[in-house]
Design a protein around this ligand. Structure first.
Ligand SMILES: [Zn+2]
Length: 449
């Protein structure tokens, strides 16, 4: 017996848009087609567009240990309200960081109790933990994250070149990707020290201390190490068109490199950082309009593979300081990812919905070997996002589910409103309210099936 039929929506598949019903049995999609027979439960999706549940491959929920910064209970609710059904949590800023099997176990059990969406976990590469990567792989990490610049957390030090080289070699042996925060540490440190020495601590000074050149240089070095070791490389949060171009050149030479960008690099510019301040501080920083336009060009040409939120909140007291360098970085916009893609991408720039489905779901599932995830296909989990493309809304503090209501999107009007999010056939978000009854499941890469 069919448990649920989602009736009359426009369904976004990998190839096209079709008017169809979706039937769900035991949490999986059992049929897609016109006029499917009735079921115990029905959802009227007439007038709505149905996308696969968003897979956010880059969040910092900081649980356990820094749950007061965010936590998976609040963070996963924010994601669900934005159409997401699965996230990959980064190895920091939880405490402890996910750099060994014990730390992994702690995080997995914490999130199994608190997240309302499904989740997977990144492990970390830091100097001295290469011997732990195999145990992390056995536990089921999705890949390994390393910092080429200072992470801001003393317990997650940056990887020097030898650590990166040996980490990539081990990750290649384990068949898992290495994600890098690609900014050149030396350049940033020198520029920062020079500015500090003459007392320059403003927003423009901060932006100037982390130039596009620092991103390009680090991407090139990471690509060289990936080529040398055969590692699958993942460049997180590429902020600029030139950064994408550097990664694309490496891809053309045969490096297996995935390019991720974030909604904020697609939506805001450095002028916005000056207007908004702390809520728009991140690293790499927001760029000028020219770089943002080149980033959109790469999105439209299919060169960028995936959009992750890099949702990275901190308590309000860490977001206040007269010295902009001392303000904790990180943009907390996880709830807005899909709306930004629909609004600035689909409506303003004709980014096809099928392309959006690939960026938010199909590519992540493919790249990270997630079974039964990533698209509206018979046999997959019924992870569905029902969106009203004609509805626009203004982001308000009161509509955000994250712990601290600080987001650069507050006051912005976006077109494309999430009406419902279904996780394995169960509604978890409906018309502005979280309705999840249970918790999400841990997912790991499945290679051989
Ligand atoms: Zn991040």
């Amino acid at each position: 017996m069919t448990d649920l039929v989602v009736r009359g929506g426009k369904v976004v598949t990998a190839e096209n848009l079709i008017a169809a019903d979706i039937a769900v049995e035991d949490g999986r999609i059992s049929a897609i087609g016109p006029d499917l027979p009735g079921a115990a439960r029905e959802i009227d999706a007439r007038g709505l567009t149905i996308l696969p549940g968003l897979i956010d491959i880059h969040v910092h929920f900081n649980e356990p240990g820094r749950t007061e910064w965010e936590g998976a209970a609040t963070g996963s609710r924010a994601l669900a309200a934005g159409g997401a059904t699965l996230f990959f949590d980064m190895p920091l800023n939880s405490s402890p960081c996910t750099i060994g099997p014990t730390e992994f176990d702690q995080k997995r059990s914490a999130l199994e109790n608190s997240s309302i969406t499904d989740f997977a976990l990144w492990g970390g590469i830091v100097p001295g933990n290469i011997d732990s990567l195999a145990a992390l792989a056995e536990r089921g990490v999705i890949g390994f994250k390393a910092f080429m610049a200072d992470s801001g957390l003393p317990e997650f030090p940056r990887s020097d070149d030898l650590t990166l080289y040996e980490g990539m070699r081990e990750a290649a042996r384990l068949g898992l990707p290495v994600a890098v925060h690609a900014e050149d540490d030396d350049l940033i440190k020198s520029l920062t020290a020079r500015l500090a020495a003459i007392g320059l601590t403003g927003i423009r000074d901060y932006l100037g201390s982390r130039p596009v050149l620092a991103e390009v240089a680090a991407i090139q070095r990471a690509a060289l190490l990936a080529a040398e070791t055969g590692a699958k490389l993942h460049i997180v949060h590429v902020s600029s068109g030139r950064g994408v171009a550097a990664a694309f050149e490496a891809r053309a030479r045969g490096v297996d490199i995935a390019i991720e960008t974030c909604p904020h690099y697609l939506f805001f510019t450095e002028e916005d950082v000056e207007r908004i301040g702390a809520a728009a501080k991140c690293a790499p920083p927001l760029r000028n309009a020219h770089e943002r336009d080149r980033l959109w060009g790469a999105m439209l040409r299919g060169i960028v593979n995936v959009v992750g939120s890099d949702h990275s909140p901190a308590p309000p007291e860490m977001k206040r300081d007269a010295n902009f360098f001392r303000i904790w970085g990180g943009i907390a916009g996880g709830q807005s990812t899909l709306s930004v893609l629909l609004s600035s991408g689909h409506h303003e720039r004709k980014l096809p919905l099928t392309r959006i489905a690939d960026l938010i779901a199909a590519f992540p599932a493919r790249r990270f070997h997630l079974q039964h995830k990533g698209g509206i296909v018979v046999g997959n989990d019924a992870d569905l996002t029902l969106v009203d493309l004609s509805a626009s809304y203004t982001v308000e503090e009161s509509s955000l589910f994250q712990r601290h209501k600080m987001s650069p999107y507050i006051g912005k009007t976006l077109q494309g409103l999430v009406r419902q999010t279904l996780l394995r056939g169960q509604p978890i978000f409906v018309d502005g309210k979280i309705v999840a009854m249970g918790t999400g499941k841990f997912f790991r890469p499945q290679k051989n099936t």
